[in-house]
Design a protein around this ligand. Sequence first.
Ligand SMILES: [Zn+2]
Length: 75
Amino acid sequence: MTGPTIPLGSLTQREHRSEIQCQACGSTRVTRLSMNLTDGTPVEFTSCHRCEHRTWEHGGDALTVASVLDKARRV
Ligand SMILES: [Zn+2]
């Protein structure tokens, strides 16, 4: 059983080297992406290069991985 792949859909990569911090370790070496989930929900995806912590946010609220996968599954 392989883990579900999160479809990236349309995304725009932006570089934020100073203002965005990893919520887990505080590193600013993060990648910030804006994307739409397959159900159309626009989210901000943040991936940390240091600890690999990943977060999804929608409207300022953090989404759990489970809820993101649930939305991605619902086509
Ligand atoms: Zn981190």
